[in-house]
Design a protein around this ligand. Structure first.
Ligand code: HEM
Length: 160
């Protein structure tokens, strides 16, 4: 394929396909649950990464939450943005920064369907980081009913 755009060199450690069956879901309102997820980051030579996050239930093997999005880097900075569409109808813009092999972001805009399921999500925060040769994602969220708390934690292995 085309060479990686130079603006993406600080996030090139995300590239490729990642998979895990050790996801741990939780929230004050939920019974803790386990999940599997496959994540892929790819590029087409443009100054953005395209990504997908597909999760499934470990007991049923049925698809659960799904996300498609892009990662954009702010030129000549360590700032970046995530642009994400979720299958349940949430659309989000998150911004943050990359420091070494860690990305932290926080939503500043969340779109919601007029017929979206309650409770509405108010804010989302994410951490992507490399821990040894494994990519970890941790997601926190705030809803209209519950303050900012951890919802998801998963450590993927590289598939290819
Ligand atoms: C429940 C949001 C990703 C699995 C929920 C709830 C919200 C939510 C608002 C309801 C909480 C409550 O009732 O207080 C989100 C957001 C996500 C996300 C914003 C992404 C940023 C995921 C992923 C999984 C997942 C990747 C993977 C399996 C669940 C499950 C429940 C739940 C099993 C409980 C059952 C249900 O309501 O469907 N989520 N979620 N979520 N979430 Fe997530």
């Amino acid at each position: 394929g085309p060479p990686l755009h130079h603006m993406l060199k600080d996030v090139s450690w995300l590239l490729g396909k990642w998979r895990s069956e050790n996801g741990e879901g939780q929230y004050p309102t939920l019974k803790p649950f386990k999940y599997g997820e496959e994540v892929e980051f790819l590029h087409v030579g443009q100054p953005n990464l395209q990504f997908s996050c597909y999760s499934w239930g470990l007991d049923t093997k049925k698809p659960l939450h799904r996300e498609l999005g892009f990662l954009r880097v702010k030129p000549e900075s360590n700032k970046l943005a995530l642009i994400i569409a979720q299958n349940l109808g949430v659309c989000e813009l998150e911004e943050g920064e990359v420091n070494g092999q860690q990305i932290t972001t926080e939503s500043h805009t969340l779109g919601r369907l007029t017929f979206g399921k309650d409770p509405a999500t108010k804010k989302i925060k994410r951490i992507f980081q490399m821990k040894e040769d494994r990519l970890e994602q941790i997601v926190f969220m705030e809803t209209v009913d519950t303050p900012m708390c951890e919802h998801l934690r998963i450590r993927y292995e590289k598939v290819n």
